[in-house]
Design a protein around this ligand. Sequence first.
Ligand code: ADP
Ligand code: MG
Length: 147
Amino acid sequence: MAQQRTLSLIKPDGIEKGLIGKIVARFEEQGLKPVAMKLVRLGLPQAEAFYGVHRERPFFKSLCQYMTSGPILAMVLEGENAVAKNREIMGATDPAKAAAGTIRKDFATNVEQNSVHGSDSVENAAIEIAFFFNAFEIQAYEWKKAR
Ligand code: ADP
Ligand code: MG
């Protein structure tokens, strides 16, 4: 299977609960390597742009308010089949429906405040990675690998 990259976010509830270490450990232990990482806080226009696909959904306004309510950790994860693997490690959107041992089952508050985001396709991963990271921030890792 192919090496892929995907975008992962630890959402405001995950940061608030002090879960950065635990969540990153799950990715590392299951074969996904962070190759870029930063703590940022989104403004409302940025949250609305990031979740633009959900603009017509009833939860859109509340979702964007929540996503701007505190800092988030943005990461690029790399590994075999990383897009699907990340979704598997995260678990279903609604923690009540998430499988045992997944991040959302173990840590999420509810269907909105569900601790993590993960890209849903290789195509969207490229778009979402470019939303958060410039070439320099990702290449820093490439230079390290080449040494
Ligand atoms: P996922 O994050 O699993 O890809 P979606 O893309 O469907 O899920 O939704 C994006 C985000 O919107 C979810 O992670 C969650 O924070 C929020 N969300 C999704 N469905 C609901 C809902 N029914 N009520 C409130 N918030 C929701
Ligand atoms: Mg989604």
